[in-house]
Design a protein around this ligand. Structure first.
Ligand code: FAD
Length: 307
């Protein structure tokens, strides 16, 4: 059995593994895809002290750092259930195997919801983006659209309006769903256009990169083209926590509820990164959270260990 078993091998899980292993305790990390979301990321320019890197390179560096320590790395393993127990917690894998550990750190991350229209997949990282904090500066002075008029969409539009030339916000519903204060701010900006009751039907490009968005006016059925260079899809971030339903407390968005130490509702079970209620889903935040969860797990171990 492990002292610390980490489920999920993104920045949060990797940081947790390094911190746990450095305490000299038995550490394992099981993940479906070591590296996590950064594997799908092109440029990373906001991991402090690394001015510029690429996702796959960053993922490799994470793995090298973890491998430097005595950590049992179990790649291509998908967890399907968490079974809390007295003293020992069990994690069941889809492969049929079962892992036991005195503490568990959940770091299964999240994924951005897609709009599933032609062009979205084809132009991912070629104009189609999901994270304004990450990719906003790439579109400095250019024309972009934000798809989605909830809090994240409207926040993204306000944020981008300060960087890019022009923002078109496209919302399916007849009204924005964002908080009134955000809507007021949005409406005060001179370089933002809002289209309501508008269904995004296609993302167009020249084969290399995005050059426009097509939306349907749902009242008239008319199609409209918006020429632009970038599109931010903001229709939700989905935590990878389906497998935890019924075992740990989740928020109404499916995020694992954690306290300031990364403790979940189950004693001995901690969580870190995009899968949790911690705000702002970023690499550096996930990594910091992973470190914190590992220190909390260690603290739990020294308080509960029987001599
Ligand atoms: P993840 O990176 O999502 O890792 C989750 C891990 O859990 C993976 O190993 C996954 O395989 C595994 N997993 C999931 N479910 C299971 C399961 N049931 N069993 C076992 N393993 C499982 N952030 C920045 O700071 N800067 C950027 O420039 C930036 N650009 C981005 C660009 C894109 C296209 C995307 C998608 C995200 C970007 N982000 C960026 C966000 C950043 O990638 C995330 O905030 C960060 O990766 C979260 O780390 P995490 O460890 O919590 O989760």
């Amino acid at each position: 059995p492990f002292d610390v078993l980490i489920v999920g091998g993104g920045p949060a899980g990797a940081a947790a593994a390094v911190y746990a292993a450095r305490k000299g305790i038995r550490t394992g990390i099981a993940s479906e895809r070591f590296g996590g979301q950064v594997l799908d990321t092109l440029g990373i320019e906001n991991f402090i002290s690394v001015k510029e890197t690429e996702g796959p390179r960053f993922a490799l560096a994470l793995e090298e750092h973890v491998r430097h320590y005595d950590v049992d790395i179990m790649n291509l393993q998908r967890a399907k259930a968490l079974v809390p127990g007295t003293g020992m917690i069990e994690v069941q894998l889809e492969s049929g195997a079962s892992l036991k550990s005195r503490t568990v750190i959940l770091s299964t991350g999240a994924r951005w919801r897609n709009i599933n229209v032609p062009g979205e997949h084809e132009y991912k990282n070629k104009g189609v983006a999901y994270c304004p904090h990450c990719d906003g500066p790439l579109f400095k002075g250019k024309r972009v659209a934000v798809v989605g008029g909830g809090n994240s969409g409207v926040e993204a539009a306000i944020d981008l309006a300060g960087i890019v030339g022009h923002v078109t916000l496209v919302e399916f519903d007849t009204k924005l769903r964002a908080d009134a204060v955000l809507q007021r701010k949005l409406n005060s900006l001179p370089n933002v256009t809002v289209h309501l009751n508008a269904q995004t039907t296609e993302i167009t490009g020249d084969g290399q990169k995005v050059n426009g968005l097509t939306y349907k006016d749902r009242a008239t059925g008319e199609l409209h083209q918006v020429p632009l260079e970038g599109i931010f899809i903001q229709i939700g971030l989905v935590p990878n926590t389906d497998w935890l339903k019924g075992s740990v407390e989740l928020s109404r968005y499916g995020e694992i509820v954690v306290d300031a130490r990364g403790q979940t509702s189950v004693p001995g079970v901690f969580a870190a990164g995009d899968a949790t209620t911690v705000p702002y889903k970023q690499i550096i935040i996930a990594a910091g959270d992973g470190a914190k969860a590992a220190l909390s797990a260690f603290d739990h171990l020294i308080r509960t260990s029987v001599p």
